[in-house]
Design a protein around this ligand. Structure first.
Ligand code: NZQ
Ligand code: ZN
Length: 403
């Protein structure tokens, strides 16, 4: 077991009705100037079991505060305009706290806003490259505006981690912003808000979380307790996503999914494991940067192809490790025997629940595969991953996703 040093400062407030019960007392701990960030309008619809939309519930709580709003944050949130505009609002109005209301994209964008606004000296539109340097880690985050969030999608685990993934359109970059200061102070997680999540996004969220766990499960050094923890979480997701497909308002199934996704990206599933290098996410981020596809769909497409590639292209001790991981994964999660059956099982599961499983199905043709493979090889350090991937390997994996 590898040494670890773990701390998550985020308070999780989980369950039915928690926003109405506790948001007001949490917000009172901060000053009066609040920036509310949100997406394209899902928070303005009334979720089953609620009398008002989440937006109205939040505005009721914030009566008496000085409220500024940053609406319109898109999936795969953009540095320009969303991060820049959010920083401008924080600077102009001396915002005390940011309340993020929405999915992982809204929260990721909020983290970048908070860190850039806290660190940047000078007005953001005069220092755009410096702001980008903070986002991609070339310049350290030294402070951040505090973040409270109400997370409305079970997917990224952004509500319990210190990462925010930001896209910069003009350079086709989609990069993780990491800063300890970007951990949310308090995350509200009420599964009833996910009753309205469209099927496509529900499935993508489950696939995202399964992949977060797989990125931690597939590594060279691992421990029994973590294996059990991760296998259990994926089994819960596999079971409960089918329940939700039948009944989108099944509270317990939605809650089980949210519990797994909230812990999914925080590292708590894999304390003491070595790091596999996150190869599937590194490859997917190129797909969603170049084509703006849904992250969880890209991951589902890549997953079985990456497993097959590392099975066929390793030898010696590394190959033995790969075989052991793939076999155990399939056996524990799907009850399969052997590597090929394990890989087929995860592919079939995604197909069965309705996720598109080839790149053409999500609108990607072969014209830019080589360019994306080079971009990943140049920026993601996958040559250092548990199973190293060079540009040629990445291209082969992309090509195998075509059919
Ligand atoms: O914009 P609105 O109108 O709010 O609609 C959103 C959006 O269209 C909608 N939605 C969210 N909650 C809803 C809802 N619709 C109905 N009812 C609700 N309760 O769903 C759509 C997708 O939302 P988005 O926030 O983009 O989804 P998700 O939470 O999956 O976030 C995806 C982003 O997170 C990044 C991904 O790369 C992607 O950019 N990731 C962040 C990570 C992290 N912070 O640690 C790790 C992940 O690996 C991932 O890379
Ligand atoms: Zn992910």
């Amino acid at each position: 077991m590898i040494n670890f040093d773990y701390q998550t400062p985020t308070r999780l407030v989980f369950g039915k009705g928690v926003v109405n019960e506790k948001l007001a007392s949490v917000m009172q701990q901060y000053g009066p100037r609040v920036l509310v960030t949100y997406g394209g309008g899902s928070i303005k619809r009334v979720a089953p079991g609620h009398e008002k939309s989440l937006y109205e519930e939040v505005m009721d709580v914030l009566k008496g505060s000085e409220v500024y709003e940053l609406p319109g944050i898109q999936p795969n949130p953009k540095f320009d305009p969303s991060v820049l505009e959010g920083v401008r609002l924080c600077q102009e109005h001396h915002v005390d706290v940011i309340l993020s209301v929405g999915g992982g994209s809204v929260l990721d964008c909020t983290k970048a806003i908070a860190g850039v606004a806290g660190t940047l000296e000078g007005k953001v539109y005069d220092h755009i490259e410096e702001a980008w340097d903070i986002v991609c880690g070339r310049k350290p985050t030294t402070a951040a505006v505090p973040i409270v969030d109400i997370i409305t999608m079970a997917a990224t685990g952004s509500e319990y981690d210190m990462c925010g993934v930001i896209s910069r359109t003009e350079t086709n970059d989609k990069l993780p912003y990491f800063a300890r200061q970007a951990f949310p102070a308090v995350s509200f997680i009420d599964p009833t808000y996910t009753f309205t999540v469209p099927v496509k996004q529900t499935l993508a969220g489950v696939s995202d979380c399964i992949n977060h766990i797989m990125e931690s499960y597939f590594c060279g050094e691992h421990i029994d307790m973590n294996d059990a923890f991760m296998e259990g979480a994926i089994k819960s997701l596999v079971k409960n996503v089918k329940v939700v497909l039948d009944n989108p308002e099944d509270y317990n199934a939605r809650a089980e999914i949210f519990y797994a996704t909230t812990l999914g990206c925080n590292g708590i599933y894999c304390l003491g494991n070595s790091n596999g290098g996150w190869p599937m996410h590194s490859m997917e981020h190129a797909l969603s940067a170049y084509y703006d596809i849904t992250h969880g769909e890209g991951l589902a497409i890549i997953t079985p192809r990456w497993m097959k590639h590392i099975l066929d292209n390793t030898e010696g001790e590394l190959h033995n490790q790969v075989v052991e991981r793939i076999e155990k994964f399939g056996h524990q999660v799907f009850g399969t025997e052997g590597c090929e059956a394990s890989i087929q099982a995860i592919h079939d599961f995604y197909r069965e629940i309705g996720i598109p499983m080839t790149l053409p199905e999500v609108g990607i043709d072969s014209s830019r595969l080589a360019e994306m493979a080079k971009h990943v090889a140049d920026t993601e350090h996958l040559d250092k991953a548990w199973v190293p991937l060079l540009e040629g390997d990445i291209l082969k994996i992309f090509e195998s996703c075509m059919a």
